[in-house]
Every structure is written in structure tokens, then in C-alpha cells.
Ligand binder design. Structure first.
Ligand SMILES: NC(=O)c1ccc[n+]([C@@H]2O[C@H](COP(=O)([O-])OP(=O)(O)OC[C@H]3O[C@@H](n4cnc5c(N)ncnc54)[C@H](OP(=O)(O)O)[C@@H]3O)[C@@H](O)[C@H]2O)c1
Length: 399
């Protein structure tokens, strides 16, 4: 990550929110609405939640509102008539929104679908609050190199990476021994594989500590979320894969830790509320007030930790292997996982089949040529598309 001069919070910051209607997007806007005088909102984007976008745009009054599904343009335009908010629709319009000059962009589209817009934001050299971990998983080398080249700052929003960002000694990275990502373990932390076989999407989405979008909630239940975060951490911080460890911590109070060569371990703690890490990126390098419940350790009384169980949660091993394999493997892992999670949420496959499909896609002979180093975004997108085709066929023929 580059450490270029940042805009002090006392100046008005021009911001764009990609994925405004989602969980991260709405938490971001909550902070902005509470500090209206500090922010000028340039653009808000959504995909299909047109009513949600209209309501947000009517409240926030950005310069531009963009809906990804082009068939919803008229509905958006009618809904914002008379407000002075410009409207646009389609995937290219989302990228164009990310190209509009601003100081700060929240990259909170879910999945690799957010890659093109995130790249556009990085290219303009803005601060990018990066929630969209899938972008870093499939194009981490490309995005970090581009950010260095354009002077863009990648500010981690994921609570774990934000925690590490807060306690990692960027001036002396050689003194860091390990970074330790904590994981709640998700809603099925104590279930056997046999018990997981019949869990429903509703159960999988009901995360014990965090209120999040459906896809990341299922990823938390399979522990693929932590696998994706392992790859994300590898790209965000100057450490090797072997220096990244995972620790189950069911209370989600310690958001992650960094251990140093002298035996010190620094942790960042807080209530499980995304507005804390979002506020940290929104005000960085200063701090701003966030309306989150204050941590009461006496009330919590006990913080517990355990090692992850790779047999019950094979996604962790799949992700670590994909990172070690390099080349297109992380992009394939991510694309197959997105397809499999959508298949599970759509009732086409069972919970345990998600991991099976990711593993089978990575091993599929049609994917072999995409395991090589991918030199361009076009190649990354081609690998992603091919992995989706393979994974979709596997979903169709599963069970
Ligand atoms: N939620 C959390 O607490 C949390 C924590 C850490 C990291 N993250 C990461 O942040 C990202 C967003 O998560 P989330 O939980 O906020 O997801 P979410 O609630 O499902 O929201 C996703 C957002 O992306 C938009 N979107 C979906 N598909 C799109 C497409 N094809 N093109 C353009 N926009 C699209 C959605 O628009 P519509 O609403 O119109 O469909 C929505 O605004 C994910 O990468 C996730 O892993 C989330």
C-alpha cells in the first residue's frame, strides 16, 4: 500500500459509493448522513434494488445515481424526476461513475462484478476503501501494482484487515512475525459435517455476530470468507503466505492481531459493527466519531480462541492451496465459489456441495490452462468466465 498524503477530514471530501444499497454501502451512508457538512456525495450505484437506490438518492442527493440493470433505467429516472440527481444505467455506467473525480471511493459491490469499477477508481488515484475482497482475490497483484503506479491508496474495510492496518508497523515491516486473522467460525462452528448436510440458506445467512449481505454470510458459514481474507491479506500487507495465520474467536471482539519479533502481540478490538472500520477509512489518517456500541469487556467477561478445523471447513485449505498455487488459481477459486454460493442460495445445491464444486472446478481439466500466471485483466476476466462456466455445469449436474 502506498502512503501518499491524505485529505484531512476538516476539508470536504468528495466521495462515491459503489454498492450503495448493500450492507456496507448503507453503513457508509449512515456515517456520511451524520456528518453531512464533511462530505460531498458524487455518485451512488446499485444493481437491481431500484427502489432502494431511489430512496437513498432522494435522501443523500448525489450528483449521479446509477443502476446496474439497464432495464431499470426508466424506473430510476421516474423515481428521481425533479430532484436534480442525474441518472444512468448499465455496467459501463457504473464504471463511468467510478471514473468521476473524487477523493474517496467505497468499493462495496459484492463479487468479481465489482472489479472493473474498482479498477476505474484506482486508475483515478483516489483513496479506495476496499470492502470488495473478491477483487483482491482474483486480481490482487494487478490492483496493488496499479495503485502504486497511480498513487491510489487501498484502505482495507474488512474488519480483520482494517484491524491489521491499524496495528501493523508499516515503517518496520521486517519486525512483524505474523498476522493473525480472527474468524467467528460462523453459524455452524460447532456442527459436524453430517449436521451441516441439511442446513438451509436461511440458517446459513443468520450470522451470529455480524449483519451482512447474503453472499458473505454464506462464505462465513463455509469459512470460505476466511480463505478469501487470507488471500486478501497477502495482497494488502508485506508478508508471506506462511506468515498469515487464522484463529477462531467466536465473540468477534478481537478483529485481528499482529505479532512482532520481540513477542509482542498487538490486537485491535471493538464491537462487531462495520461502521468502525468504515469510519477509519472514511476519516483516514484521522479518526471520526462512530455511533457504535462501546466495547464493555467486563460485560463480555470472556474471550475465547480455538484453532480452525480444516476437516469440517475444507474451504480454508482450498484457499490456502490456491494462494500457494498462484497464477489463475485464486480467480478460479473465487468465481467457482460465487457460482456455488448462488446455487446454494437458489436451492439448487446443498451446503456441503459448495466446497465440492469449488474443489472440482479447480481440478477440472478445462481450467488447467488458466492456472498459469495471468498477465492482464483480460486474462483474469477470461479465467473467471471459464471457471463460472465449469462451475455452473457442476451445479446443474450436482445431486
Ligand atoms: N457486509 C459486511 O459487513 C461486509 C464486511 C466485510 C466485507 N464485506 C465485503 O463487502 C462487499 C459487499 O458486501 P455486502 O455485504 O455489503 O453485500 P450486499 O449487501 O449483498 O450488497 C452488495 C451491493 O453490490 C451491488 N451489486 C450486486 N451485484 C452487482 C453487480 N453485478 N453489479 C453492480 N453492483 C452489484 C448490490 O446492488 P443491489 O442492492 O441493487 O443488488 C449492493 O449494492 C463484499 O465483497 C463483501 O465480501 C462486507
Amino acid at each position: 500500500m502506498t502512503q501518499a498524503a491524505a485529505i484531512p477530514l476538516r476539508e470536504v471530501k468528495r466521495v462515491t459509493i459503489l454498492g450503495a444499497t448493500g450492507s456496507v454501502g448503507r453503513n457508509t451512508l449512515d456515517l456520511i448522513v451524520r456528518n453531512r457538512e464533511r462530505f460531498h456525495v458524487e455518485a451512488l450505484t446499485a444493481y437491481r434494488d431500484c427502489d432502494g437506490l431511489i430512496a437513498l438518492a432522494r435522501e443523500i442527493r448525489p450528483q449521479l445515481a446509477v443502476i446496474g440493470d439497464a432495464s431499470l433505467y426508466q424506473q430510476l429516472s421516474d423515481g428521481l424526476a425533479g430532484t436534480g440527481v442525474a441518472c444512468a444505467a448499465g455496467a459501463e455506467a457504473i464504471v463511468a461513475a467510478a471514473e468521476r473525480p473524487v477523493d474517496w471511493i467505497m468499493a462495496a459491490i459484492v463479487g468479481a462484478a465489482g472489479l472493473a469499477a474498482t479498477i476505474a477508481g484506482v486508475k483515478q488515484g483516489a483513496q479506495i476503501a476496499i470492502a470488495n475482497k473478491e477483487c483482491l482475490v482474483c486480481a490482487g497483484e494487478y490492483l496493488t501494482a496499479l495503485a502504486d503506479d497511480r498513487g491510489a491508496e487501498l484502505l482495507p474495510v474488512d474488519s480483520e484487515h482494517n484491524a491489521i492496518f491499524q496495528v501493523f508497523d508499516q515503517q518496520r515491516p521486517e519486525t512483524v512475525e505474523q498476522i493473525i486473522l480472527t474468524a467467528s467460525g460462523g453459524p455452524f462452528r460447532t456442527l459436524s459435517r453430517a449436521q451441516m448436510r441439511d442446513v438451509t440458506p436461511k440458517q446459513a445467512v443468520a450470522h451470529p455476530n455480524w449483519d451482512m449481505g447474503a453472499k458473505i454470510s454464506v462464505d462465513s458459514a463455509t469459512c470460505m470468507n476466511k480463505g478469501l481474507e487470507l488471500i486478501e491479506a497477502f495482497h494488502l500487507f508485506p508478508v508471506t503466505a506462511n506468515q498469515i495465520d487464522i484463529l477462531i474467536h467466536p465473540q468477534s471482539v478481537v478483529h485481528s492481531l499482529v505479532s512482532y519479533i520481540d513477542g509482542s502481540v498487538l490486537a485491535q478490538m471493538g464491537s462487531p459493527d462495520m461502521r468502525t472500520p468504515i469510519a477509519y477509512t472514511l476519516s483516514w489518517p484521522e479518526r471520526m466519531v462512530a455511533p457504535v456500541a462501546r466495547l464493555n469487556l467486563a460485560e463480555i467477561a470472556q474471550l475465547t480462541f480455538e484453532a480452525p478445523d480444516h476437516d469440517r471447513f475444507p474451504a480454508l485449505r482450498l484457499a490456502r492451496n490456491a494462494l500457494a498455487q498462484g497464477g489463475g488459481a485464486p480467480a478460479i477459486l473465487n468465481a467457482a465459489n460465487e457460482v456455488a454460493v448462488a446455487g446454494f442460495l437458489g436451492g439448487q445445491i446443498g451446503f456441503l456441495t459448495i466446497g465440492d464444486i469449488v474443489a472440482a472446478t479447480l481440478e477440472n481439466r478445462e481450467m488447467a490452462e488458466w492456472l498459469r500466471p495471468l498477465d492482464s485483466v483480460q486474462e483474469i476476466i477470461a479465467a473467471d468466465e471459464q471457471a463460472r462456466r465449469v462451475a455452473r455445469a457442476l451445479v446443474q449436474h450436482a445431486e
